[in-house]
Ligand binder design. Structure first.
Ligand code: PLP
Length: 404
């Protein structure tokens, strides 16, 4: 069997192997704690459930317009006006099967083969793979050793005549860092002058803590929506905890939305009608669910930071948003894949290796789960790694002794 070079160049999901191993351990009754998850544990908003149910009960399960149901687009337009201060038209909006498909559509629309697309470390694992699938080249701006806050000068050095776009994600998965207003404003200005697309992935934009604001790039362009280089991505996956609906969207100029629709019609035709109805329900229903989720996650962040502070040898930057934290564990093992396998095997804890985000020596820990899981998970990690912690621990009803 021959497999294409392109397919062979695509990385497996970093969590896949660990999740399979975790599932196998769980099926054997082992009390695994998963700190690798990328979704909140909340119940779906009632307004979303009701809207999906109404759609299902209508019995009208047909294709819908490729770029999205008009009524969902209307809700997205209102959302964009409220959160970005921009009034856009339905022709500026395309709804897709998750923000992931929005990003695919964008990269396929802006990058020719061999064009360069700039990413900043730490980056979401999927970005380089999308760029490679478009036969373009990911160019990584390495922010290692920094506070995860990018500087324009680092980006300027990475720009070449082949650069077609820059992707930024703030609040950032996996670091939880929120980029400063000054940086976003400068970057918008820079991209517009250089005629480079600035793709902003705002999927976590309301999951921010202590009054910090994630400033949307679209707010900083002086150009109108038809002329700006800013392309905005958002969706319902994270802020409403509706990851399974698979609804995301992009906001761009009419021509770009048209070409993205041409790509989408040849791939998925349209996003699921039931999910689109549900997403509209989420956007137009009570928004207290978002604030409650944010407060819960902020509280979880306090818990995880408290737990991590008792580790002897890690460096950690307090996240201002998302539900991830990215501590530097290189004092224990510089190879993050080895380290996460070790933690799963010895402590039955799943963490995502930093190497997948361009951050070797780091581990991504998700604090979207239960407080009990967070406390016990970090306690087990400390037991496995930190010789200053007690040598004995109970995992489930088994007493284990550290003998390494
Ligand atoms: N962008 C970032 C930064 C993410 O972390 C994720 C999911 O983990 C996505 C996009 C994908 O969102 P969706 O589930 O809507 O495809």
């Amino acid at each position: 069997m021959s497999i294409s070079n392109l397919a062979k160049s695509i990385q497996a999901s970093p969590t896949l192997g660990l999740n399979d191993k975790a599932k196998e351990l769980r099926s054997r009754g082992e009390p695994v704690i998963n700190l690798g998850v990328g979704e909140p544990k909340n119940h779906a908003p009632m307004s979303a459930i009701m809207a999906s149910t109404t759609k299902l009960n209508s019995g009208q399960m047909k294709y819908v317009p490729t770029s999205g149901l008009p009524s969902l687009k209307k809700a997205i337009i209102r959302y964009t006006e409220e959160n970005y201060g921009r009034l856009v038209s339905p022709e500026n909006v395309i709804v897709s099967t998750g923000a992931k498909q929005s990003l695919f559509n964008i990269i396929l629309s802006v990058a020719n083969p061999k064009d360069e697309v700039i990413l900043l470390t730490p980056y979401w694992v999927t970005y380089p793979e999308i760029i490679k699938l478009a036969r373009a080249i990911p160019v990584i701006v390495d922010l290692k050793g920094s506070t995860f806050h990018p500087r324009l000068e680092d980006i300027e050095k990475a720009v070449s005549s082949k650069t077609s776009a820059i992707i930024v994600n703030s609040p950032n998965n996996p670091s939880g860092v929120v980029y400063s207003e000054e940086f976003i404003a400068e970057l918008v200005d820079f991209c517009e002058k250089k005629e480079i697309y600035l793709i902003t992935d705002d999927i976590y934009h309301k999951l921010v803590f202590d009054g910090v604001q994630a400033v949307p790039a679209l707010r900083y362009t002086k150009k109108d929506i038809e002329n700006t280089r800013v392309i905005t991505v958002n969706g319902v996956s994270k802020i409403y905890g509706l990851t399974g609906y698979r609804i995301g969207w992009a906001i761009s100029n009419k021509r770009m939305v048209e070409v993205m629709s041409n790509i989408q019609v040849q791939t998925t035709s349209c996003a699921s009608a039931v999910s689109q109805a549900g997403a509209e329900g989420a956007l137009t229903g009570s928004q207290t669910i978002v604030e409650n989720l944010r407060l819960n996650i902020q509280n979880n962040r306090e818990v995880i930071m408290n737990e991590l502070s008792t580790f002897s040898d890690i460096n950690v930057i307090k996240p201002d948003g998302t539900f991830y934290v990215l501590p530097d564990f290189s004092a224990y093992n510089k190879n993050s894949l080895e380290l996460s396998s070790f933690l799963l095997e010895k402590a039955l804890v799943v963490c995502v290796p930093g190497v997948s985000f361009g951050m070797e020596g780091f581990l991504r820990i998700s604090f979207s789960g239960s407080i009990k899981g967070l406390i016990e998970g970090v306690e087990r990690m400390k037991w496995a790694l930190d010789s200053n912690s007690p040598a004995e621990i109970y995992i489930g009803d088994r007493k284990l002794v550290r003998n390494w």
